[in-house]
Write a protein that binds this ligand. Structure first.
Ligand SMILES: Nc1ncnc2c1ncn2[C@@H]1O[C@H](COP(=O)(O)OP(=O)(O)OP(=O)(O)O)[C@@H](O)[C@H]1O
Length: 311
């Protein structure tokens, strides 16, 4: 188990980036770290990997204390792997050689089998002999993930692992990679902006805001019990509106158009979203977004139904 106990960190004497963070990650567990840009997600991953010296607190993986560069000649923990946003590959060697870089050349057959297995996980088998410099950014990102997995770590730290990968590939890659980590019982901590990384795959999710953890729960609980605009906005648009004197937070899909209601809105714009339309409207001088099955003309008046609001 990873135990993060009251850690704080700041770069030089600037203000703290992480202030008194505590959480745990079990063996084989998948934790998502979310928060807006600059909230400290990458910094947290670097401290856990042992690349930064903590100002306060302690980090343990099982019985091993994780210490920063002040205590190590070569920073980083052997049983962890870290894939940073700027994956540092060898551009002039092949995809296979990059993946197998840390595997022993004294066991060529095992090395080959392992490399093939990982090429399949990242769906790049046909690029095995291609030089990395000829790959796209998203393909290079996938090679970096495979290389980190080559010598099965106990915990892998992934910083925005799909940031450069198109939606088409992203979904199948996410399913394959996270299923693979579960099968091998490899714990992972994923820093991401993308709510979809958390919703379908993570066991647990922490949200960082103003240097603190403001939420730590399953993604499902955090999604369904919408109590903070900042947390809900990581998953979807969030309406923060006042209805009959009560301030509420609602996702667009929670607001319905009905035949009769005391709540009227005037339509501004309809955005095509594929299987639904996202409608932007004005409700009692407030902007609201809701989902609807068809487009509604600008200027039309509609009746709205809000959950748990008396009609
Ligand atoms: N090497 C550094 N020296 C000084 N300040 C830094 C350094 N790296 C990051 N910071 C600052 O620390 C804060 C947190 O940065 P960090 O990269 O951890 O955020 P993040 O949540 O990962 O952001 P993003 O989602 O944009 O990657 C930011 O204010 C950033 O400017």
């Amino acid at each position: 188990m990873l135990r993060v106990n009251n850690i704080s960190f700041q770069y030089s004497d600037q203000k703290k980036v992480l202030n008194n963070l505590s959480f745990t990650v079990d063996i084989g567990q998948h934790l998502c770290v979310m928060g807006e840009s600059g909230s400290g997600k990458s910094t947290l991953l670097k401290t856990i990997y042992g690349l930064l010296d903590l100002n306060e607190g302690t980090l343990f993986w099982k019985e091993h204390q994780i210490l920063g560069p002040a205590h190590h000649l070569v920073p980083g923990m052997d049983f962890f792997k870290y894939v940073p946003q700027d994956f540092d590959l060898m551009p002039y060697t092949s995809v296979s050689e990059n993946i197998g870089k840390h595997l022993s050349r004294f066991y060529p057959q095992e090395k080959e089998i392992r490399t093939q297995e990982l090429l399949e996980v990242i769906e790049l088998s046909e690029f095995a002999q291609e030089k990395v410099k000829n790959l796209s950014g998203g393909q290079q990102q996938r090679v970096a993930i495979a290389r980190a997995l080559a010598k099965e770590p106990e915990l892998i730290l992934l910083d925005e692992p799909f940031s450069q990968i198109d939606n088409f590939k992203k979904n199948s890659l996410r399913r394959k990679l996270f299923a693979y980590l579960k099968e091998k019982d490899i714990a992972c901590i994923v820093a991401t902006h993308d709510g979809n990384d958390a919703l379908s795959f993570a066991d647990q999710m922490i949200v960082i805001k103003d240097q603190h953890i403001i939420a730590n729960d399953s993604p499902k609980n955090l999604y369904e019990n919408l109590s903070e605009h900042y947390v809900g906005a990581l998953f979807d648009d969030v309406n923060a509106i006042t209805i009959d004197g009560a301030s509420v937070l609602l996702y667009p899909h929670q607001i319905k158009v009905v035949d009769k209601s005391v709540h009227q809105a005037t339509i501004y714009t309809s955005y095509f979203k594929g299987f639904y339309w996202l409608i932007e409207a004005e409700y009692r001088s407030q902007k609201v977004f809701f989902q609807h099955s068809v487009k509604i003309a600008s200027g039309d008046r509609v009746n709205l139904d809000f959950p748990s609001v008396p009609k």
